[in-house]
Design a protein around this ligand. Structure first.
Ligand code: HEC
Ligand code: HEC
Length: 149
């Protein structure tokens, strides 16, 4: 338990550092997709056109699992919380970055991967992998603002 608490504290520190660096990135413009999370790197274009954190060649099954189990259920929101609608349509434009929540989610993804790597010694952490030490749900538990309850 003690140990867990220490990890939680360390995690929160990382969040703060990360939020600062995310703000810097936002101010200096977009960093090119590096696939910091996985095998991605400079992979050939997959079915998805705008992945900057997830591996570019991720399968649709794996991507959907992350979007539904980790993001929708983890934060207690629907797809349209992060994804903007197509122009004059009820359909969502999943590749669009028009909603700021999507970019915040990317920063959160990078932070979550970094904590897994640094504090749980997972060499190649991938979102959706059951062996992760922390996930979105570790903090969020079905709410958008875990710090405001
Ligand atoms: C908490 C925010 C969030 C929620 C909720 C969410 N997504 Fe996403 N989604 C993202 C982010 C961030 C990316 C980009 C990931 C990256 O850059 O690697 C993304 C990418 C995608 C893509 C790939 C688009 C492309 O071509 O690059 C699809 C498809 C997608 N989401 C579908 C969904 C669906 C379907 C739902 C609801 C079941 C959903 N998302 C819910 C944040 C979210
Ligand atoms: C170490 C704890 C922690 C983890 C892990 C975490 N989050 Fe968060 N997240 C927070 C906190 C705390 C806030 C609220 C910040 C605030 O009040 O502005 C937050 C806010 C957010 C927001 C912003 C909501 C808004 O409208 O401003 C999004 C989106 C989000 N998280 C997505 C994610 C996703 C997706 C993951 C997993 C990849 C994740 N978070 C993992 C702690 C965490």
């Amino acid at each position: 338990m003690r140990f867990k608490r220490k990890i939680a504290v360390a995690g929160l520190l990382i969040v703060m550092v990360w939020i600062c660096s995310a703000a810097t990135t936002a101010a200096t413009g977009r960093s090119p997709g590096k696939g910091s999370g996985g095998s991605g790197g400079n992979a050939e274009p997959g079915p998805y056109s705008n992945l900057r954190v997830l591996p570019a060649d991720i399968s649709s099954k794996d991507l959907q699992k992350i979007m539904i189990d980790d993001f929708e259920d983890g934060l207690g929101v629907a797809c349209n919380f992060c994804h903007a609608p197509e122009k004059d349509s009820v359909h969502l434009d999943f590749a669009s970055d028009a909603k700021p929540e999507k970019e915040i989610a990317r920063a959160m993804m990078r932070m979550t991967l970094a904590v897994n790597k640094k504090f749980f010694s997972i060499r190649r952490p991938l979102l959706g992998d059951p062996s992760l030490g922390i996930t979105c749900n570790t903090c969020h538990r079905g709410t958008v603002f875990p710090d405001r309850r």
